[in-house]
Design a protein around this ligand. Sequence first.
Ligand code: F6R
Length: 606
Amino acid sequence: MCGIIGINSNKPVSATIINSLKKLEYRGYDSAGIATLSSGLINEIKSEGRVDNLEKNSLVQSMQGTIGIGHVRWATHGLPNSINAHPHSSQNVSVVHNGIIENSTLLKKFLVGKGHKFKSQTDTEVIVHLITENLKSDDIINSIKKTLKSLHGSFALGIIFKDQPDLIVGARRGSPLAVGYGPNENYLGSDSYALKSMTNKITYLNDGEFCIIKKDHVEFFNEDGVKINKKILQLSSEEKEYEKGDYKHFMAKEIEEQPITLKNGIKEYIDTVNNDINIYNIPWKQNEISSITLIGCGTAYHSCLMSKYWFEELTSLEVNVDIASEFRYRKNRFKKDTLYVFVSQSGETADTYAALDLCNKNGMKTCSVVNVIESSIARDSEFVLPIHCGTEIGVASTKAFLGQILILYILALKFGSVRGDLEKKELSEKLKDLKNLPKLVEETLATDNKIQNVSSTFNEAKGSMFLGRGFSYPIALEGALKLKELSYIHAEGYPAGEMKHGPLALIEDGMPVVVLAPRDNYYKKTISNMQEVIARGAKVLLITNKSSDEIISENIWETIEVESTNDDLLPFLLTIPLQKLAYYSALKKGFDIDKPRNLAKSVTVE
Ligand code: F6R
């Protein structure tokens, strides 16, 4: 949520800031802004909408200054307009902020009493005036220290000062922030992705830390203003810039990349020589764990739910799944023999991080399944399993979902085998099938004409339903989420067996309903539920897997057949047509596929 960039250089910075903001746009895109220091003044330019709008402003093109900050916004306080866009500035100080200041109303009252005038509806503006106020009596370090201590809530900040034309201040509590090092220039950014085109040398700030960025060096401080040393990390060459190439959208590219995601995960975690699983460094003994709780948000929550079925099938563990925003505020009964697993693509989702933090504070065993290995969730978990799917830019998660469920499946196999719940022969057969999965996903990806055609029907409907049982139920939820977020069509994911307990009342003539009925243990039951919705007028799109057995049902509107494999792995294949359905529906509607309305990629606010 919101992206921050700062550059301190000996060359003009505005064009580079704009380019970096374009990279950060996946974090928020309702408004954008830039501030530089030139001729002894702070110049601030902001616009509503995308970074393109800001770039078109002729004043930006002629903007001078070798030091500056920029921001893309995802609104929390105040409408998404140019007044509320960041940076927010007084005569002396300009600030960009990612996060939420929870005590802004009280602070504003205090500052108004001191004569400060506010222009926007944002919580951020209090930071500007608080620093301005503190600078009246303190030096820069003390005024920053004092300001940060007064703020409740979460923040990543970039700050420039009229009277300190050689430095940028960065500060972090709760929201991610990185420092980058270049030749005669240094940078501040919400993530390494925004900095990658400029440097591969990065330092991540921890909670409570702040820094002073000069052109030739960077100093770090703890929350008490005491200088600290921090490591410079070298990003691997694998993490080079991620571009769209010939694809129309990042999402289309990311869907097509899924066989590679699976190949990478299998290469990393499967020992093909010994036919075993390459996870040897689990820091706990198996007799110390008797249950597992999986926690995430959105698509990552669906990954958790998916893996519940596998953990229950393959291990003797008790399995619970939780939505992070619920878990963090509930009265949890923490149990020493529970392993808490946090699933997150970005590794920065505020609710998931808070749930992890709560578990750490209660001395629990914590493990994370993340894509961004330098993220806060990865850094603060005892044990990390990266999914290695590369940068994911499309706001709607696709390859990260498949990457997450792959690693969770492998973890379930590992636990099943070391606990003696899964026989060696069974493990070996399952690993053999798994090695073939990337090829099957590739083949499933190759069939898509039907999906393009049926997507029009979903676009014309008032709403739609996605039904599945067993392994297919979490995939139904994920399919419905994808359609909602990309095409803005009401879509409900439901366990097929639950329809008769209420939702069947929603079915009316011509309503499109996706039924996931692969030829697994649940097949016959799901087909019966499918007939119940067909009988009430639904237009059923049946997604099943190829088989020599005929489908015994009448009046199915359309059928899509994915490749066949063992029951455990069918969810991977069923996911593909659902991702494509959402993609083509949004494409036909002309919506912004990589940046759906009201959303952002990395949700670093509650
Ligand atoms: C939906 C989607 C979101 C994320 C959720 C958690 O397509 O991408 O629902 O899954 O915001 O994000 P991470 O995985 O970064 O914690």
